[in-house]
Ligand binder design. Structure first.
Ligand SMILES: [Zn+2]
Length: 243
């Protein structure tokens, strides 16, 4: 299969799995970049049913934002999130913008995100905050967001959501799920008492980066299998990643 076909199929699957997991609903989109053809593949925008996204629904853009091939419905209004991050970092070949329910709490509360589980050690240095309470609709705003994320794996967007970047769609899916899981556990633990976090040194000792590709590809395979049997009813397929 050529790169174009592979990326379209994976991007459609990634969108459906994120919908099944409750991380993409009315809002949110995912992209992948092909450095060979310098093209950005982007999932459909608001209004499209992401639980049924097909390879043909995927938009194809130039890095400038020019649409080379239209997909289902409208292109996401925040397309510059994707084009600027792909351009800014060679290790951001896949990017997800999500309004993840628990992770978004950390873009609202005056409390920095710190990992509370070993898997959360992926975010050893915490997660930076993009402070502008706006939609990223222009390349200039995209550059500000790219500056905020720096070389980190994710950035929170104030009162809005999060962006996760990675080497491939498997890695971005896994990291987005870990981020949401860690944020959820923090919120639940805070209701019980003081929250203990995993320190930077402990995160480094655990070394979540080792085997990340292997782990994220296994999780992808597992969730893709569940998605294939999903009844498409929102929330019915959602499973905790680390029950
Ligand atoms: Zn948004």
């Amino acid at each position: 299969m050529d790169t174009d076909t592979v990326l379209r199929e994976k991007l459609a699957a990634s969108t459906r799995i994120l919908a099944m997991q409750g991380l993409i609903g009315v809002f949110g989109h995912v992209s992948a970049y092909d450095p060979g053809s310098k093209r950005v593949f982007l999932s459909p925008g608001m209004g499209a049913d992401r639980s049924t996204t097909k390879p043909d629904d995927i938009f194809v853009l130039e890095p400038s934002g020019k649409i080379l091939k239209a997909g289902e419905g409208e292109v996401p209004i925040e397309w510059p999130i994707h084009t600027t991050l792909h351009a800014a970092r060679s290790n951001a070949l896949a990017v997800a913008h999500l309004h993840s329910p628990y992770a978004t709490l950390f873009s609202i509360v005056d409390r920095p995100f710190r990992p509370v589980t070993l898997q959360g050690a992926l975010f050893a240095e915490g997660i930076p905050l993009y402070r502008e309470a706006n939609l990223v609709k222009t390349p200039e705003q995209g550059r500000q967001l790219a500056e905020a994320i720096g070389n980190q794996r994710a950035v929170l967007m104030r009162g809005h959501g999060a962006v996760v970047a990675g080497l491939d769609l498997e890695e971005v899916l896994f990291c987005a799920l870990v981020l949401e899981d860690d944020a959820c556990k923090t919120a639940q633990a805070a209701a019980l008492g003081n929250v203990g976090t995993i320190s930077l040194e402990e995160c480094r000792a655990f070394d979540a980066e080792t085997g990340l590709q292997r782990r994220s590809h296994r999780v992808w395979k597992y969730l893709a299998g569940l998605e294939a049997r999903w009844d498409r009813q929102m929330s019915s397929g959602k499973i905790p990643l680390f029950p």
